[in-house]
Design a protein around this ligand. Sequence first.
Ligand code: FME
Ligand code: ZN
Ligand code: ZN
Length: 421
Amino acid sequence: EDSSSAIVSRFQQYLQIDTAQPNPHYYEVADFLLSQAKSIGLESQSIEFVKGKPLVLLKWAGAIPSLPSILLYSHTDVVPVEQDKWDYPAFGAQLDSNGNIYARGSQDMKCVGMQYLEAIRRLKSSGYQPLRSIYVAFAPDEEIGGHDGAEKFADSDIFNSMNVGVVLDEGLASPTEHYRPFYAERSPWWLVIKAVGAPGHGARLYDNSAMENLLKSIESVRRFRASQFDLVKAGLKAEGEVISVNMVFLKAGIPSPTGFVMNLQPSEAEAGFDIRVPPIADPESLERRIAEEWAPASRNMTFQFKQKASVYDKSGRALLTKTDSSNPWWTLLEGAVRKANGKLGKPEIFPAATDSRYFRLLGLPAIGFSPMANTPILLHDHNEFLNQAEYLKGIDIYESIIKDYASYAEHPSSEGAKDEL
Ligand SMILES: CSCC[C@H](NC=O)C(=O)O
Ligand SMILES: [Zn+2]
Ligand SMILES: [Zn+2]
């Protein structure tokens, strides 16, 4: 039997590998994961869909190979840090006197990846034999869109041959005692709008300057933002159910050696927005709003999308994994969490993007779930941490889920669970 400190120390080792974008140490991670797989006794391979970006795929073969398999998915990259704003080294995985482990990736999502492995390690050494095959995938590049990771993986022959029936992927920490499960995600629309207008003396008042044109748009965006935020504040909608818009950059002005020229109205101005669109929203009406109100040609404006991920299937239907009794994986998850003495909150739409969308696009059910209760939401924040007791508790939760999933002997129904999600 493994001691808690040995388990925590393996988590720390994973956290200590610097996998921050834009230069993640992917080979170091692959070596670490392959050696973990070896010590657990799992089949393993490292696949480079793109050179330098290995995806590590582990397998525990099930007793009934014809049953669809279970995919335990995580990404290995993390977002960059501003080290001088942290109280601890971001890749030190230091444990404080409260048992908090500080590291970039402690919540997003190296915790989940290692918890899968620890749960499997325990199940395997207890003599448990899965009916379904269990795959564990550690993929690169989620934080920059997943194009060289999950997207290529989901389209690959290898993936096809895995006959996956259900995917587990990341969720969010929960400040309450209830874990938060996610059945869908919002689509990132990264919008840049640009205004042009008449240049002139900074002392003159005239219409149609680039700045005035842009500011009218920004005012309109802000009114819309407030209307959406009000729905959340009033408790009428959840965070993932509204369209969020946040201005992320402003670019204008004529540079000078001391800053910007102060008495010249510039002829161009730009603003960037991170917009998140829930799959239950009407994308066409938002497109119209952008073209008619936020960047109207009548105000000398143009716009461009830097990113626009689809959260709809080919026929335009929203990619929503069912969270009722029609989806056995949902029912099994609820039961397994309960059995392990965890509490599950109401299923939600993930407010940001994850790699789950690539699997949902294939028609597969995917549930976002990171078992972190009583934990502040610190993903992408300074001083990201996870408490070791919470981490250990999460391993029990996964042990219960993996066991119930891998023991589920029902074949997919004749209508095809895949089409129904
Ligand atoms: C364009 S994909 C970006 C993915 C990223 N995922 C997590 O933070 C996000 O910003 O939501
Ligand atoms: Zn993540
Ligand atoms: Zn992230």
